[in-house]
Design a protein around this ligand. Structure first.
Ligand SMILES: [Fe+2]
Ligand SMILES: [Fe+2]
Length: 336
């Protein structure tokens, strides 16, 4: 999954002056020409330091979001209502783990090790998508994450397939195909629940009431409050603005909600004939920033679970390293 909310600036990094060495004027001109021609920038190409840092921040935040995003749904694997639903959910959560791994690899090409990125996440320095700090209270929440959260992720991520940085763009192509399955399985699960008992329908409606607004906030701050957007567009990292993506998502989701029979919890949500788009109500940005800054309902729990999983996995990493060393020693012996 997940989004520009992914590219929230790191205040520490933002203070550093973007350095473009004077003797790199030729390299800068070459870089600019490549961007203008829509050619990909590859890891060995010269790139401005600010471009490298922006991408590293965005890709690592994206990787962290995939990994932390496994937690709210992972909670439900042992409680899925049937073997079929359990198999689907297992596959989906495993996909998210895979997305995290591709993205860490893409970020590593920018010169930061995975250990450093994981450390930044675990110490609370690095951000991940705010949406995963909300709880999954019922089985309907699992379907809602697929339908709305993965649906929002697709809106955000399809344009990243055209990102100017080659490794990120290529990773996103496969990720988007898998996100599409995630969105559909969520919608289908909710459809079945909506054809069930009144209590099941009420459970789905309750989940929609809780997820709708946090999902709209996932697209990140309004364009007017996103001062770095223009630079991201110039560099071919960001292709469509936060507000434009949010609007596309609302317009795509309203008819789906109708098919499901779910009411989206916004009395101001209505079709605007003149704009040929939906109008929608005001987003509670104070809540968004509170969650981003560590004060959402599950921030502490998510991070603690993640750190514990990493510590519990230490023996696996040790064993894999010991095995690799043994194999290397054997190969050297055979070559001698
Ligand atoms: Fe994903
Ligand atoms: Fe997903």
């Amino acid at each position: 999954m997940y989004t520009q909310a992914l590219d929230l600036p790191d205040p520490q990094q933002a203070q550093e002056a973007p350095a473009s060495p004077a003797d790199a004027a030729g390299a800068q001109a070459q870089f600019d020409a490549k961007i203008d021609a829509e050619r990909k920038i590859e890891p060995r190409d010269w790139m401005p330091e600010a471009y490298r840092r922006t991408l590293l921040r965005q890709i690592s935040q994206h990787a962290h979001s995939e990994i932390v995003g496994m937690l709210p749904e992972g909670n439900w694997i042992s409680r899925a209502p049937s073997l079929k639903r359990k198999a689907i959910l297992l596959a989906k959560v495993q996909d998210e783990g895979g997305h995290g791994l591709y993205l860490y690899s893409a970020a590593e090409t920018l010169g930061t090790s995975r250990d450093q990125m994981v450390e930044a996440l675990h110490s609370g320095k690095a951000k991940y998508s705010s949406i995963f700090n909300y709880p999954t209270l019922s089985w309907a929440d699992v379907g809602m994450i697929g339908w709305l959260v993965d649906g929002a992720a697709i809106m955000n991520q399809v344009p990243i397939c055209r990102c100017s940085y080659g490794p990120y763009a290529r990773a996103m192509i496969r990720i988007c195909k898998e996100e599409s399955f995630h969105q559909r399985q969520g919608f289908e699960s909710l459809m079945v629940q909506m054809q069930g008992t009144p209590a099941q329908r009420a459970m789905v409606q309750d989940a929609a009431n809780r997820w709708w607004w946090p999902v709209l906030a996932m697209f990140g701050p309004p364009d007017a409050d996103s001062p770095n957007s223009a630079q991201g567009m110039r560099w071919g990292i960001k292709r469509i603005s936060n507000d434009a993506l949010r609007q596309k998502f609302v317009d795509a989701t309203v008819p789906q909600a109708k098919i499901l029979g779910v009411t989206l919890p916004d009395p101001e949500l209505q079709w605007n004939e003149e704009r040929q788009q939906h109008d929608y109500g005001a987003i509670a940005w104070d809540e968004f920033w509170a969650v981003v800054n560590g004060n959402g309902p599950c921030n502490k729990e998510r991070l603690a679970t993640r750190v514990k999983a990493h510590e519990d996995g230490q023996w696996v990493r040790d064993a894999a390293l010991a095995h690799a060393r043994k194999q290397q020693a054997r190969a050297l012996k055979e070559a001698a």
